[in-house]
Design a protein around this ligand. Structure first.
Ligand SMILES: [Fe+2]
Length: 270
């Protein structure tokens, strides 16, 4: 209970900055690393820019996938949606800058508001924010490694991060294909735990976690195109990952959803 309350305090602080910006998108797209406040404005524009109408003619539920063992064992002090800049740092993380957007919707295509979208991934060295998931040769101290976003009435979310890279598992010469972990919570309940992978990545064919999604059509829903942003002068990418939930939390009579982010599965004994 205490943890949930703390989570809400954190989100309140974040939303006090982001909520007004979601209502007044500008028309520009990020083309360079910008100061933090400017970034948030540009990010909103990017989220609007990549909206694809009519995408949900066929509502396949996003398949659940393993949380894996590397949900951060200690969350960073900075948990916003910009994983490239930590706190008020001026040195960005190393990697291919990617604007990751998407929409959280129900099985009937209705946008889901007040959904907490969390992502976590390795830095360019293959290191997680987890003591057991770090590259022994070093990691990128400037990479946030984890971020969260609360959807508004449009269901849209937005992160600025890096294109994921492969990482070695159990130092045995085998690799996980590049991926980003994604979790969606409402009412303090984890509604979906999944991963997105890079469409066309050569490691995909050997990736056991991806293969665990047996249905080819469902597998397609988690394979995401990372496309060059034509307007970017520094080689930024865009990626869009739509999230279709099979179940959603129920709002109270006052229209509010109680609770915050669910605890990760590994800390619930699963
Ligand atoms: Fe992973």
């Amino acid at each position: 209970m205490t943890a949930i309350c703390v989570a809400f305090l954190v989100f309140d602080a974040v939303l006090s900055v982001k909520a007004p910006l979601m209502q007044s998108p500008s028309s520009s797209v990020v083309t360079s690393l910008t100061p933090r406040r400017s970034f948030l404005q540009a990010g909103t524009a990017a989220a609007a820019f990549f909206t694809v109408p009519g995408l949900f003619a066929e509502q396949l539920l996003t398949p659940a996938m393993t949380e894996g063992p590397f949900y951060p064992d200690k969350l960073p002090l900075d948990t916003d949606n910009d994983l490239l800049i930590l706190n008020d740092g001026i040195t960005p993380a190393v990697g291919e800058i990617t604007h990751l957007t998407g929409k959280v919707v129900s099985s009937t295509g209705e946008p889901i508001r007040n959904a907490f979208v969390e992502i976590w991934q390795v830095d360019h060295t293959g290191s997680y924010l987890h003591k057991d998931g770090r590259n022994p040769k070093g990691n990128d101290a400037n990479f946030q490694g984890y971020g969260r976003f609360l959807t508004d009435s449009t269901g849209e979310y937005y992160f600025r991060t890096i294109k994921p890279v492969r990482y070695e598992i159990s130092s045995g010469g085998s690799y996980r294909a590049p991926h980003i972990h994604v979790a969606v919570s409402q009412n303090g309940h984890r509604l979906l735990t999944t991963q997105l992978l890079i469409n066309g990545d050569p490691d995909n064919d050997q990736d056991g976690v991806l293969k665990s999604v047996r249905d080819p059509k469902l597998r397609e829903t988690i394979l995401v195109d990372f496309k060059s942003l034509p307007a970017s002068k520094i080689g930024e990418l865009s990626a869009r990952f739509e999230i279709v939930l099979g179940s959603t939390a129920v709002e109270g009579d006052d229209g509010k959803i109680r609770g915050g982010i669910a605890r990760p599965q590994q800390r619930r004994g699963r």
